[in-house]
Design a binder for this molecule. Structure first.
Ligand SMILES: [Zn+2]
Length: 311
């Protein structure tokens, strides 16, 4: 008899918790009475929006883990999500090069947020002589990403006023976690000797990371991965590696690895051993079972990988 009551109790508890969860999940509605729907471009933005809103709204991330945002173009199902969105959040600074015009156009008919617009221009890294273009990879500097998280929370609070205080509060919790992670990773990075602090990667995503952790960087592709690497670029990198006896070069998660293998081969043909380090995550988080499934994990994982390669 007791078992019967116990089973009934457990079932009732499950139903009640399920109902509470149902009420909590996607509980924020738009003006049409449907769950408030945010569409964002990258997994890195998605991670910040989830940290701010928890489970209260619908979030669609357009660019899957491992897909390059510089060359991404929306397919039809993505366009449908964009059309239905209550708010579109993208990085800006021309990261999403092939859809930035679309987002700029949509600004007149939909709520959009170029999340990096809050960062003062003097904190950005110029990528041309006139300083009219900027490096978009600001999330790789934790202190800049904090500004972006704050900006996203403000926009969400503006559109969903009754959640404003909650979202600002959640953003502050996330920001504190980023600050703590930055302090601990900065401390860890001191293991690398000053003369070994050179980061050679396949595309130029790590300039802000280099600023944050005191590295020099050298890359094969420019900021935009759509550009081709030439023979002269490879020769320059090979000469640099040999001159400064760089022990490890790195591959990035959303960029093909073949050029880095070509460099390794040329360096080794010239009589110097060089390793290819584990993959770094630059323009996307990993899949949920991977080592960099959240922003906090991504920065920590990248730094550990670099320490392993350069010490
Ligand atoms: Zn990139």
């Amino acid at each position: 008899m007791k078992i019967k009551y116990l089973t009934a109790g457990i079932i009732a508890l499950c139903i009640i918790s399920g109902y509470i969860l149902y009420l909590r999940i996607k509980s924020i509605k738009n003006n049409n009475g449907k769950p408030f729907h945010v569409v964002c471009t990258t997994t890195i933005l998605g991670d910040a929006i989830k940290a701010i809103t928890l489970d209260s709204i619908n979030i669609d991330i357009l660019i899957r883990p491992g897909v390059d945002p510089h060359t991404y173009k929306p397919i039809e199902p993505d366009m449908l999500k964009i059309a239905k969105a209550d708010l579109i959040i993208y990085h800006g600074l021309h990261l999403e090069a092939r859809i930035s015009d679309l987002f700029a156009h949509l600004k007149h008919s939909k709520q959009t947020l170029a999340a990096t617009e809050c960062i003062a221009k003097n904190k950005l890294i110029c990528t041309n002589q006139e300083c009219s273009m900027y490096d978009p990879h600001v999330w790789l500097h934790p202190l800049l990403w904090i500004e972006v998280v704050d900006n996203i929370a403000k926009k969400l609070g503006e559109l969903i006023p009754h959640q404003k205080d909650t979202y600002i509060h959640n953003a502050q919790i996330f920001i504190r976690k980023i600050q703590q992670m930055y302090q601990s990773t900065l401390e860890k990075s001191k293991k690398i000797l000053p003369e070994k602090r050179v980061l050679i990667t396949s595309h130029d995503a790590f300039s802000y990371f280099a600023q944050a952790y005191n590295f020099e960087t050298m890359s094969l592709q420019g900021i935009n991965t759509a550009t081709q690497t030439g023979f002269a670029d490879i020769t320059a990198v090979v000469n640099f590696i040999i001159k400064y006896k760089i022990p490890t070069i790195f591959i990035e998660s959303s960029i093909p690895a073949k050029t880095m293998h070509a460099i390794q081969e040329r360096v080794q043909n010239l009589g110097m051993k060089i390793n290819i380090g584990d993959e770094l995550y630059s323009d996307s988080l990993s899949i949920s079972s991977g080592p960099a499934a959240t922003y906090l994990d991504m920065i920590d994982y990248n730094l550990n990988t670099i320490i392993n390669g350069l010490t």
